[in-house]
Design a protein around this ligand. Structure first.
Ligand SMILES: NC(=O)C1=CN([C@@H]2O[C@H](COP(=O)(O)OP(=O)(O)OC[C@H]3O[C@@H](n4cnc5c(N)ncnc54)[C@H](OP(=O)(O)O)[C@@H]3O)[C@@H](O)[C@H]2O)C=CC1
Ligand SMILES: O=C(O)[C@@H]1CCC=N1
Length: 268
């Protein structure tokens, strides 16, 4: 499948890197439109073709256009790819907020459109990729797109597009919450007198180990937590600060709701 990615910043590059490095996508069939010279250079290092401006379908015959620019500039940028969709190219968008009908307004509702919410661990095959497609997207296209997404991590098809704002708030933005937790745990270690390097190592490795224990889903995270918590021990003392009045749960609900509300705002 010939793929043209439009915008290859933090998220687009994370996805593209796994597509090419896994061998799922050949660099020969990959093009990237990216205004930044630095951005083009790192894509060229993967062996893909790069363009500063949209190539004509004769210059690069895309079968899939991947829209990976910011939602705020999508309306200005996406129409330049109408000639590609008129020749049969499908569209995959990773932009937060923007519903499929926005793309149908630009390309027509006969154009196959797939909306994906990725996250940055996609670069190392540990991402969470949630998608939904319009009626024009056929089974063969979806199967090919799923193959690409599976190189990025776990893949889930949503039942309804209305789930996408909540998905964005949880898994799209979620890595940032976890990174901030790691920052906070490391800073807490420094406040207890540890060196910055040691505190950062303890925080990173603890998050990694805990995530791996929780990852297979076989043991409930609440049970994993109980396994660490000796009666009247150190963990119980620490957790009391987090759990009294459901302090952390209340905060996470507020965090996720703020992100979901912003996703809804971006749609308009
Ligand atoms: N970052 C994340 O974790 C996630 C992001 N997303 C979505 O991914 C999309 C991209 O976000 P992100 O990667 O963070 O943003 P970035 O700003 O890192 O990437 C966007 C890229 O698009 C480039 N660009 C700007 N104008 C054009 C143009 N006319 N043609 C082609 N490329 C252009 C930008 O170049 P320049 O910098 O030179 O302007 C930049 O490299 C957004 O829609 C976001 O909602 C979804 C899930 C997670
Ligand atoms: O912050 C954002 O808007 C994007 C979407 C999800 C993660 N990053």
């Amino acid at each position: 499948m010939r793929v043209l990615m439009v915008g290859c910043g933090n998220m687009g590059f994370a996805m593209l890197k796994a597509w090419i490095e896994s061998g799922c996508l050949s660099p020969d069939e990959t093009g990237v439109v990216e205004p930044s010279e630095e951005g083009r250079a790192r894509v060229a290092a993967l062996g893909a073709s790069t363009f500063a401006d949209p190539p004509s379908p004769d210059d690069f015959g895309a079968e899939l256009i991947v829209l990976a620019v910011k939602p705020q500039v999508m309306a200005d940028i996406a129409p330049a790819y109408r000639s590609a969709t008129a020749r049969g190219a499908a569209v995959l968008s990773i932009a937060a907020g923007l519903p499929i009908r926005r793309y149908e307004e630009i390309y027509g509702d006969q154009t196959p459109i797939i909306r994906v919410m990725p996250n940055t661990p996609a670069a190392i095959g540990e991402g969470m990729m949630a998608y939904i497609a319009n009626d024009a997207a056929g089974g063969a296209l979806i199967a090919n797109v799923r193959k690409l997404l599976e190189t990025n991590g776990a893949v889930a098809e949503l039942e309804e597009e209305s789930q996408m704002d909540a998905v964005t708030a949880i898994s799209g933005s979620g890595p940032a919450y976890v990174f901030h937790f790691i920052e906070a745990l490391a800073e807490a270690g420094e406040k207890l007198g540890l060196s910055a390097d040691l505190a950062a190592l303890l925080a990173r490795q603890t998050a990694l180990g805990a995530a791996k224990l929780a990852a297979d889903g076989e043991t409930d995270p609440a049970e994993l937590r109980r396994q660490v918590t000796s009666p009247n021990g150190t963990t119980a003392a620490g957790l009391a600060m987090m759990m009294t009045d459901d302090r952390l749960k209340t905060m996470m609900a507020e965090v996720a709701d703020a992100a979901r509300r912003r996703s809804i705002e971006l749609s308009s």
